[in-house]
Design a protein around this ligand. Structure first.
Ligand code: IPD
Ligand code: CA
Length: 269
């Protein structure tokens, strides 16, 4: 067990998780207000098919302000601008205000608000709110994953030819490895899904709606909360939160233990 985990007992983490649930729910309500008037949003292009709107920025501001009020000494890292370095032992909140921005802007009903607590580079609390589904996935180290307070369990499927696996890509993905992993999955009879929200796909692995999820490159705000959510649900994941993950991200794969090796081999990393 790492030193961080030894010091941060479940009793110490539970109030952080409860605060994150409250704030992600508030952020989700804010995102929903924008969702209903999304046709009026000003949208900017950050890169090839990479978008940001007033809604993403407003939800990030709301989530940061609400957390800062509750945790005045914390640092913040967010997809839409928050970028503070955390010192040793300092609490860092990692936020994706709207994960699934393309879905959101086009009216496809799956997007998420993601809030994670990270200490010394280690994610220790994860909360993901799916506003349209009114679902909140939450976990902390030593505190098992729940959805709206009820325990979750991952899938029991044991063969890839019965599995549904989510796969994603973005402008940082190399086309070759993405198509190779897609090909390896379908060769083995996997039903592949592209959900458009990394956070939702990860939560769906935790509760068994899909049997695995892989992406060649994801940013820290896409994974930090989901990593705690899947691991505390008994799902296996690659060693994502290591090295320079907080500044550069990296590949992400997760699946229930009986399928992990197969899905990881298909991912190719
Ligand atoms: C994206 C979504 C998408 C995933 C991309 C992410 P954003 O996040 O999670 O499903 O495939 O890799 O960048 O831009 O909608 O917050
Ligand atoms: Ca994202």
């Amino acid at each position: 067990m790492s030193e961080t985990r030894r010091l941060l007992s479940p009793d110490r983490l539970r109030p952080w998780m409860d605060a994150a649930i409250e704030v992600a729910t508030l952020g989700g309500a804010r995102a929903l207000q924008w969702w209903h008037k999304r046709a009026t949003l000003t949208v900017e292009q950050k890169g090839k098919n990479d978008w940001v709107s007033e809604a993403d920025r407003d939800v990030e501001r709301t989530v940061v302000a609400e957390l800062r009020r509750r945790f005045p000494g914390a640092a913040f890292l967010g997809e839409e601008g928050a970028k503070e370095q955390a010192g040793p032992g300092q609490l860092l909140w990692v936020i994706d205000p709207i994960d699934g921005t393309t879905n959101f802007l086009r009216g496809m009903p799956l997007f998420a608000v993601s809030v994670a607590a990270v200490v010394d580079g280690e994610p220790v609390v994860g909360v993901i709110r799916l506003p349209l589904q009114a679902e909140t996935f939450a976990a902390a180290r030593g505190v098992p994953t729940t959805v709206n307070g009820a325990p979750v369990s991952p899938s029991k499927v044991s063969h890839l030819d019965e599995a549904v696996v989510a796969l994603g890509s973005n402008r940082k993905s190399e086309p070759g490895p993405v198509s190779a992993s897609y090909a390896r999955l379908i060769e083995q009879g996997v039903e592949v899904r592209r959900l458009g929200s990394a956070c939702a796909a990860t939560c769906f692995v935790a509760c068994g709606r899909v049997d695995g999820y892989l992406e060649q490159h994801l940013s820290p705000w896409d994974v930090a909360a989901g990593l705690v959510i899947v691991e505390e649900a008994g799902v296996r994941a690659n060693d994502y939160a290591s090295g320079t993950w907080l500044s550069s991200g990296g590949p992400w794969v997760c699946a229930p233990p009986q399928l992990f090796e197969g899905v990881r081999q298909a991912a190719g990393f």
